[in-house]
Design a protein around this ligand. Structure first.
Ligand code: 4FL
Length: 224
């Protein structure tokens, strides 16, 4: 998998170079390329924004730098995503779809009040939102999407971590987990977890996952 992120603020992506994703990049588990849209501006001051025709608040990203930045990385295999509150809301199954169906993703981060709509018409394959709220730009959503996708790529997670995934895919929340000590501030770890009986432990966890979901996210039990 190759992911190109197009942004006016490349320095915002430092977090992806640390931690688990950073390690995965070091071992070439996937390829990440941050592209500075401003470098493509043909304006003498590298300007990338302008006032909207028809008036209105704020500035828009002009089409030329965006068009040239996108086409500089686009190939026949690229899937071009614009992070936007207007897109379909990101869900685990969409993450999985991206990780399995594409070998090249181009993530376009908007800033100001958005981008010139002709970029949508000419180049964007789809829009993705990370939730119904407005941010200052698409950079954090692009990082969210990248992080979520990476977890599905071979050699990114340790194999023991990926099993944990299954639970969200069954539309259930995680069951509560405990580590040492067996008692903390008067609260005991449920005895069954210390029993060594794997069947009973699995049944207990399933039941707890259902309980947690009923309690915190009953809407998940309604889905599908
Ligand atoms: C993008 C918000 C994706 C939520 C401002 C610019 C956004 C966003 N999901 N807000 N892009």
């Amino acid at each position: 998998m190759r992911i190109d992120i197009l942004t006016l603020f490349p320095e915002m992506f430092a977090p992806l170079k640390t931690s688990l994703i950073g390690k995965a990049l070091e071992r070439d588990a996937f390829e990440l390329n941050i592209v500075d849209i401003r470098e493509f501006s043909q304006d003498k001051h590298k300007k990338c924004d302008d006032y909207p025709y028809g008036g209105g608040a704020g500035m828009l990203m002009t089409p030329q730098p965006l068009y040239d930045a996108i086409t500089s990385v686009k190939t026949d295999d690229s899937h071009i995503i614009y992070l936007s509150p207007s897109g379909r809301t990101l869900k685990q199954e969409i993450v999985k779809e991206f990780a399995t169906n594409y070998k090249h993703l181009v993530l376009v981060c908007g800033h100001y009040e958005g981008i010139d709509y002709r970029i949508n018409q000419l180049l964007i394959d789809e829009e993705i939102s990370v939730g119904d709220y407005v941010l200052t730009g698409g950079e954090l959503p692009a990082m969210v999407l990248t992080d979520a996708i990476c977890r599905y790529l071979p050699n990114v997670l340790h194999s023991s971590d990926s099993v944990v995934e299954e639970s969200f895919e069954n539309n259930l929340l995680e069951y509560p987990q405990y580590t040492r000590p067996a008692e903390f501030k008067g609260l005991k770890v449920p005895a069954v977890l210390l029993s060594g009986n794997h069947k009973e432990i699995a049944d207990f966890r399933k039941e707890q996952a259902i309980e947690m979901t009923k309690l915190k996210r009953p809407d998940l039990l309604e889905e599908d």
